[in-house]
Design a binder for this molecule. Sequence first.
Ligand SMILES: [Zn+2]
Length: 143
Amino acid sequence: MSFLNKLRAGIFRFMQGRHGPDQLALAMLWTSLGLNLLAVLFSAVSWLSTLLSVLGFVLLVLCFYRILSRNDAARGAENRKYLSWVYPMRTRLKQARVRFENRKTYTYFSCPGCKCRMRLPKSVHGVVRVTCKSCGRVFEKKL
Ligand SMILES: [Zn+2]
């Protein structure tokens, strides 16, 4: 068995029963790296640089604590809470990007009943009767 295979097997044995990296741990890791980068950029302001470095280090320690933790249920619950906070924001950002990319092709508007977003081609003009697929409300939209 080569050295790398032994190392891989050793790491595998060490990580058995541990939570391992998840989305929250990776976010903490990247935030920690970003904070340390900011600390380098703001090195002229010593108290700010120190504060950013300490925050980055604390975040890094918490990240590795999460990765190496054997309490999988608690770490999983934390990760689910994080994802329930992040995914709606990520979805809104993706939808906003798509709307921006298609802004010359479609007109976007919301249903007055349920605030569901809808779109019509820019080629449509005049007053259009729209039926919401989500709540079934019928309304007129002037384009
Ligand atoms: Zn609706």
